[in-house]
Design a protein. Structure first.
Length: 258
């Protein structure tokens, strides 16, 4: 696996009962501006880690610091207390893989308020930003894809014209995870990949698209659910779920707005 982020995600999710949920959330206003956020959410681990801390305290182990804050530089990170230790960041520094995104996007026209998410107390990692138009959004995602996920593709991810919205197949994190697990050259690699797929069967890739100025008329994705009084479309993929694989579930969708 060449991609460090994907390799870390796969290792962590497999070792810790596949508590991985990827959430892509975007808001599109009528004038084309909006917000974008990509989160790797492993917060389901919190209960497990708290239990391990309790067991550690019972054995006389020192409890690490567990607080979070947003720094002035737009980086959402936990405070490093004197007792900070390995248990504080059980994901092996996953959040550090997104460090520098604010700098990478600082010169992109139409992109502002970039925040790097590295919440080691709630086990959430990723980034968010505001965009002035869909062209700026696509430019930013291409930069992140190239720098962080080793994606050499240059296709747009979104199209938006006010009454029509489209999420294309580019930048599909679930497809990249599958690719990272594939490509085994021998039976041992293939067997290991099959085992990882079994552990990751409940992993989800949720897409949430908000349209505060318009209502959803129709969504082409069969998994799409309309909520928020018609202003939101939610698509929940399970990339390693056999039923969804048979249905050839996809991140791509076309939404008609009114």
């Amino acid at each position: 696996m060449k991609n460090l982020i994907l390799a870390t995600l796969l290792l962590a999710a497999t070792a810790l009962s596949s508590c991985l949920h990827i959430i892509e959330e975007a808001t599109f206003r009528n004038n084309g501006s909006g917000t974008y956020k990509l989160t790797f959410d492993m917060s389901e681990l919190k209960g497990m880690i708290d239990m391990m801390k309790g067991m550690g305290e019972g054995a006389g182990m020192e409890e690490p610091s567990d607080s979070s804050s947003i720094s002035d530089g737009g980086d959402f990170t936990p405070d490093k207390g004197e007792n900070a230790g390995g248990m504080e960041d059980p994901m092996g520094g996953l959040g550090q893989q997104f460090k520098g995104i604010s700098e990478s996007l600082s010169s992109v026209d139409g992109i502002s308020n970039v925040i790097e998410i590295n919440d080691t107390s709630e086990f959430q990692y990723g980034y968010s930003f505001e965009f002035s138009n869909v062209q700026a959004l696509n430019r930013a995602l291409k930069i992140v894809g190239k720098e962080r996920f080793e994606s050499g593709k240059s296709e747009d991810t979104f199209k938006f014209t006010g009454k029509s919205f489209e999420r294309l197949g580019a930048g599909d994190m679930s497809a990249q995870l599958k690719e990272a697990m594939g490509g085994g050259e021998d039976d041992a690699d293939e067997s290991q990949a099959d085992m990882m797929k079994m552990f990751l069967a409940d992993m989800s890739y949720k897409q949430i698209y908000h349209f505060p100025d318009r209502k959803v008329k129709k969504s082409s994705n069969k998994l799409g659910e309309v909520g928020d009084n018609g202003h939101t479309v939610t698509i929940t993929l399970k990339p390693f779920n056999e039923d969804q694989q048979k249905q050839k579930a996809s991140v791509a969708t076309k939404v008609k707005l009114k």
